[in-house]
Design a protein around this ligand. Structure first.
Ligand code: DAT
Ligand code: MG
Length: 153
């Protein structure tokens, strides 16, 4: 099992899309193990997007993500990191495939509604940045025996 760090960004919250976006991950069969609604402290935003520091869109990105609340999620499943990235779609909503979250709900490159970890290594780093270990909830979800074939495990 992998856990991905997902953020519903300020535009998703303000546009009233949280429920529809969360539903896509639920319908897929993924398990929610962490969830928090918050204003993003500047230091967290800067650490989260450290790889983009110096790029032309960086200042606007930090301003955007700290401007209004976000919903931060930890989502678990087999290959959860790549599965979530596929559900999310390409960075720019105008280029993202229909059927993806960005492809169905967005028209922007910057206001693209959602963040998802891009590798298992990024997921580890981001989960540690956004959640304390005690905030990730360990529990059995019995329906998963109908989500995964035993031979997947
Ligand atoms: P992704 O979020 O698909 O992993 P990324 O890591 O390349 O994309 O960039 C992080 C965020 O920065 C992205 O979600 C939105 C913003 N961004 C990236 N490229 C941009 C651009 N050319 N113009 C405006 N914002 C951009
Ligand atoms: Mg990225």
């Amino acid at each position: 099992m992998e856990t991905s760090l997902i953020i519903l960004k300020p535009d998703a919250v303000q546009r009233g899309l949280m429920g529809q976006i969360i539903a896509r991950f639920e319908q897929k069969g993924l398990r929610f193990v962490g969830m928090k609604f918050m204003m993003v402290p500047l230091e967290i935003a800067e650490k989260h997007y450290a790889e983009h520091k110096g790029k032309p869109f960086y200042d606007g990105l930090i301003q955007f993500v700290t401007s209004s609340p976000v919903l931060v999620l930890a989502i678990r499943g087999i290959d959860a990191v790549s599965v979530c990235r596929k559900l999310i779609g390409a960075t720019n909503g105008r280029k993202a495939e229909p059927g993806t979250i960005r492809g169905d709900f967005g028209m922007s490159g910057g206001f693209n509604m959602i963040h998802g970890s891009d590798s298992p290594e990024s997921a580890e780093r981001e989960l540690a940045l956004w959640f304390d270990a005690a905030e990730l909830v360990e529990y059995d979800r019995t329906i998963e025996k109908w989500v995964y074939d035993p031979s997947d495990l």
